[in-house]
Design a protein around this ligand. Structure first.
Ligand code: FES
Ligand SMILES: [Fe+2]
Length: 355
């Protein structure tokens, strides 16, 4: 179940250049490249002649020459040259996808191109390229469906059990007051913890010796984006409830994730974990990046293991989680799933009406 009329991250902008990049996204094979002037292009990655992926061919100026029989396609997806012929066949076209770039990510629009409005691009990932933020960043290929990753990021009680050597401790799971809010189609889960023991990372980087007040805000933005803010102050100092969603207090960090399904059970995950330079002492920056990379690996292990268990469950619909019940911490992820289901239904209705 994929939403189509939305922007998805296709790649880090820096990874798309004058080489042809073939990538499967939402079960479609797409080739990405840049024109000579740097403009990104996304085309269906299947030659309409004998179906060789166009990414097996080569760039000729701004066009692609198929690597099998030499048809040339321009960046609108139209064949403009058939070797040995005066004219190009009109049937020889491939689909062109709208693309756009913002803050280090290259986005593409898999749905109706007439709806691809750049005003709909997400902009939560504001520090992706900011030099004043110390960043662990990457792209992870995940053998799990995108909703399992969203689940993970909307229930941060898992820090206690999955990231106990860095950001989690028992208090995170046991002591949080949980709030789940809907803002349009965005779901925001806030976890507020008062007077708790600081987890190791908070002692290491934040220098806390005593208990802290700590907050986590995890926001889902359709189709599959997550924006997380983490902050903390000495216990009792207080933190303005209104600024908690974007303020890190005395120590904290931001986390950006963009999940782009490859198939129902595999996902490209693009991510950044960033701490402001004032909050990550210079001599600890390498350690911060290493630890945050490790946090991502710890999560990867979890959702890939979940997917393997789900794949062996004959009752799991669409190879997605098949829970026998829910717990209070599921509130945010259940809200997220309701949004996706409703939007999916809306897209289906619109498509049927157009047929
Ligand atoms: S397969 Fe591309 S030109 Fe024949
Ligand atoms: Fe995690």
């Amino acid at each position: 179940m994929f939403l189509k009329n939305c922007w998805y991250v296709a790649a880090w902008s820096k990874d798309v250049d004058r080489e042809l990049l073939g990538r499967v996204l939402l079960n479609e094979y797409i080739v990405f490249y840049r024109k000579e002037d740097g403009t990104p292009v996304a085309l269906e990655n299947r030659c309409p002649h004998r179906n060789l992926p166009l990414s097996e061919g080569r760039l000729v100026g701004d066009d692609i020459e198929c690597g099998y029989h030499g048809m040339i396609f321009n960046c609108d997806g139209d064949c403009i040259h058939l070797p040995g012929s005066e004219t190009a066949p009109t049937w020889a076209t491939v689909k062109r996808y709208p693309v756009a770039e913002r803050n280090g990510w290259l986005f593409y629009w898999p749905g109706d191109p007439s709806k691809a409005d750049e005003a709909l691009l997400p902009d939560y990932h504001q520090y992706n390229e900011n030099e004043h933020w110390i960043k662990a960043q990457g792209q992870t290929y995940v053998n799990a469906g995108y909703r399992l990753i969203l689940d993970n990021l909307l229930d941060l009680s898992h820090l206690t059990y999955v990231h106990g050597s860095t950001t989690g401790n028992r208090a995170v799971a046991e002591m949080a007051q949980l709030t789940t809010e809907l803002d349009g189609d965005s779901v925001r889960v806030t976890r507020w913890m008062e007077d708790i023991e600081p987890a190791l990372a908070f002692r290491q980087y934040g220098g806390f010796k005593n208990n802290i007040d700590r907050w986590q805000m995890s926001q889902f933005i359709p189709p599959a984006y997550i924006n997380i803010n983490n902050g903390s102050v000495d216990a009792g100092v207080g933190a303005d409830q209104k600024t908690r969603n974007h303020d890190q207090g005395d120590w904290g960090f931001v986390v950006y994730h963009a999940m782009t399904p490859e198939t129902e059970t595999t996902t490209h995950q693009f991510w950044t974990v960033a701490g402001h330079e004032d909050k990550v002492p210079e001599h600890m920056r390498e350690l911060f990046v290493e630890q945050m990379n490790n946090v991502l690996r710890e999560d990867l292990h979890i959702y890939e293991a979940q997917q393997r268990a789900i794949d062996m469950d004959p009752k799991a619909l669409n190879r997605d989680a098949n829970p026998r019940g829910t717990i209070p911490a599921d509130e945010g992820l259940l809200a997220m799933r309701r949004v996706i289901r409703r939007r999916y239904g809306d897209e289906k209705k619109t498509a049927q009406a157009a047929d």
